[in-house]
Design a protein around this ligand. Structure first.
Ligand SMILES: [Zn+2]
Length: 140
């Protein structure tokens, strides 16, 4: 997935946990961190595994001492892994237990159309959560 799809999917995922706009924005920004691994080999174990996102989340907690921040970062990074998991290339999700990349290829390709569709789904979910928080769907 591309950066904008990861950001919108993470924002949508975090919006199920909290509607704090700062945490949603933080989640969207954090969601691109695993893809900063390009100089070291994209989708390596140190960026795209449950172990890696757990370590990253704990490091954030170690410095910030904020459980909401810890959960937000973990959800955002987890959404990144799930989004990459459904691509054909897959990720080493269970490293070091399983070193091979795992894939659940729900999308036939990871081209621009797929990324735009994923971003649109993320945006729709985020919008629905925000509208629901304002009481938009309450029937009197
Ligand atoms: Zn990735």
């Amino acid at each position: 997935m591309l950066w904008y799809a990861h950001m919108l999917i993470a924002a949508a995922a975090v919006s199920f946990y909290t509607l704090n706009p700062y945490l949603i924005l933080l989640g969207a920004l954090v969601a691109v961190v695993p893809d900063l691994d390009h100089p070291f080999g994209h989708r390596g174990w140190f960026s795209h595994s449950i172990l890696a996102i757990s370590v990253m989340s704990v490091i954030i907690y170690f410095f910030a001492r904020d459980v909401a921040l810890l959960i937000t970062v973990f959800i955002a990074l987890g959404s990144h892994l799930l989004a990459d998991l459904i691509t054909k290339s897959g990720i080493p999700l269970l490293y070091p237990a399983v070193k091979k990349s795992i894939s659940i290829p729900l999308f036939p390709s990871t081209g621009r159309k797929t990324n735009k569709l994923a971003a649109l789904i993320g945006l729709c979910i985020l919008s629905l959560n925000l509208l629901a928080s304002f009481g938009y769907f309450i029937n009197y």
